[in-house]
Design a protein around this ligand. Sequence first.
Ligand code: ADP
Ligand code: ASP
Ligand code: MG
Length: 443
Amino acid sequence: MKVLKFGGTSVGTAERIKHVGELAATSACNIVVLSAMSGTTNTLVEIGEYLYKGNIPGAQETINALETKYAAVISELLDTPDGRNRASVAIGRSMAILRSFCRGEFGGEDAEKEILAQGELMSTALMEAHLLERGLRPVMLPALDFMRTLENGEPDMEYITDRIRRLIELEPDAALYITQGYICRNSQGKIDNLKRGGSDYTASLIGAAVDAEEIQIWTDIDGMHNNDPRYVEGTRPVGTLHFEEAAELAYFGAKILHPTCVLPAKLANIPVRLLNTMAPEAPGTIICNTVPDGRIKAVAAKDNITAIKIKSGRMLLAYGFLHKIFDIFEKYRTSIDMMATSEVGVSVTVDDDSRLSAIVDELKDFGTVTVDRDMVILCIVGDLEWHNRGAETSVLEALRDIPVRMISYGGSNYNISVLVQASDKLRALRLLSERLFAGNEND
Ligand code: ADP
Ligand code: ASP
Ligand code: MG
């Protein structure tokens, strides 16, 4: 059994839903995880924002526009009165839920989460109706019946595994199973979600729960490219990545993969394949426990980084100094991405600056504090085991004309991180591609 996840663009129009239906139906008994149609989750976020502001007409108009969009999809996607009726009932149910919150029943965060859940509920209902119309026997596995998080927000793996396996056992003759990405219930049983882009995480959790043969993430590009294709021309797909390499790239900005998606697959040792819905024959990228091959594979960039330097008042990196510094970040539940130390001070970076002023205030008890905003972490990923010579030299050579604020190397065998100003990001990414990948058929 494989888990196939199709992202928002892959199910973004009636035509694409049909195409995904074809791809999903080619091999039997797989689990198909769908995101909301592209743009829908953003529209649902917007509806929530209107409701928070008490702007009921704003919410109503946005719901009406969404309903019109789905009505057009239904008439293009489905041909039979039965199929259209089935889909209209499901979409109507979601619209009724959205409208109920316009009648004074909007209850803040819980209601917002119920609103956000409608995108995946609608896309899966459309796919189910389409597959039924094509004469297949799809079985819906409602994510809200098995995907659950614990009090700490982590997935309740025992519950998920037990529930989804039971649901599958009830329907052994299914042609394929369909489920919603992204949505779940929390420990109180209320509707929740796995954060934006979280359908990848759903696929990986399901893969681990059913001990899948492979987890496939289908999107609009032919695999993980060696640099960000939104900013750099001539990027190429990377054939194979180690789980750790993929985790670094996803965390440090390669949007194709949600960062949380790697761990469940890695722990269960299930390969993750990144594939292109528009070019299904392309080999894509396979993420598994590869053997190290001494090469730099790819580069990514993480935006909105703040660097904080604490210069020790005592001019010595005394015993216990780092501990006191880290305690402050822990107290404010702010995680550190990069770190560099010297005898007289330490620099760290954070991507969440919501508690920055309180943190800086407390850090001042231990030294002189300097803050640099609008920074970017460039993350260079590959087999960077320290005995492999030359990798760090080529990275620094590429960046010789770019002011570098921090460098971090040796924290793992897979990554070099370099902190630069946001205004230098594009130039730096391009220079890295030229130096590291030009003329190299990077598998
Ligand atoms: P989906 O809606 O299918 O989840 P996403 O938009 O989340 O798709 O991810 C696919 C996008 O990720 C691509 O269109 C591409 O622009 C972007 N992306 C960023 N970095 C990379 C990279 N290194 N390789 C491939 N795609 C990348
Ligand atoms: N629909 C959700 C989002 O847009 C989840 C996902 O696409 O992965 O964030
Ligand atoms: Mg995505």
